[in-house]
Design a protein around this ligand. Sequence first.
Ligand code: FAD
Length: 266
Amino acid sequence: MTTHTHQMLRHPVKFRTLQVQRVERLTPHMQRVVFVSDELDGFVSASPDDHVKLFFPNSAGEIVTPVMGDNGPEYPPGREYSPMRDYTPRRHDASRNELAIDFVLHGDGPASLWAAQAAPGQRIGAGGPRGSFLVASDFDHYVLIGDETALPAIGRWLGEMPATMRADVLVEIPDAHDRQLLPSSAQVNIVWLERNGEPADRSELLEQALRRLPTPSGDTFYWIATESRRARAMRIWLSEKRHVPKEWVKAKGYWKAAADDADDDG
Ligand SMILES: Cc1cc2nc3c(=O)[nH]c(=O)nc-3n(C[C@H](O)[C@H](O)[C@H](O)COP(=O)(O)OP(=O)(O)OC[C@H]3O[C@@H](n4cnc5c(N)ncnc54)[C@H](O)[C@@H]3O)c2cc1C
């Protein structure tokens, strides 16, 4: 068996203030917010599935981010912390100090609600990325699986893949209007799976499509990003039913269904 070597890059942690420059509704459930900031000097995002921590206004409308102290990140005492959520740096333009983030508008929570009303001039905080996991580029085949929260990372994966790479992509979205153009030089087959009203944590469209996917020939890397329980279940299925080595799978819960909405893990 070939050893495919992944690499972990560490970056110095920096907290920044970002200002909204423009907002673009990509699809009914996806809002692109392009931020600008001189503080983006030195920003590095080396991997398509990197994430930044974004800090949204607290109940007083203030952005309270940590600062780097001697013992790591420290919050200023006596102030209400900003709610913090993870997001993918969708596009970074170093020449303009711009950073684009694509927010799923799922209708609840500080990040999604902030993104829905975002307007030029508003500010939020950002930290990281503190590291980049570089997946080995010498697999014969890649399978990318995700719901709409994974679309920014999948868009980056596909945009950055060279023509020699082959990928199957399974993407689950709310409905057909949420399809996006995902340009790529690679040899890509994209399957769009539309929930059409089924809740994102209860759907099984990705699981069914994964089971139907013919086992690709050659060494295959699987990347999965969905609701936590579903990501875990697909990782376990690949291990138990397809005997995929654990180093050939990266499965991450990108969000967690509310406890009373979800089935027990299993
Ligand atoms: C590494 C990483 C990268 C990510 N990149 C992106 C990205 O680029 N774009 C993006 O939109 N998201 C991304 N996410 C997912 C995002 O961080 C979560 O969806 C987050 O919970 C959103 O925060 P919120 O404040 O909107 O909702 P929360 O306050 O976290 O949750 C409020 C309620 O909404 C539910 N909920 C949360 N997210 C969803 C959802 N997507 N669909 C349906 N219900 C939901 C929760 O179960 C809860 O009931 C990423 C996550 C990770 C771990």
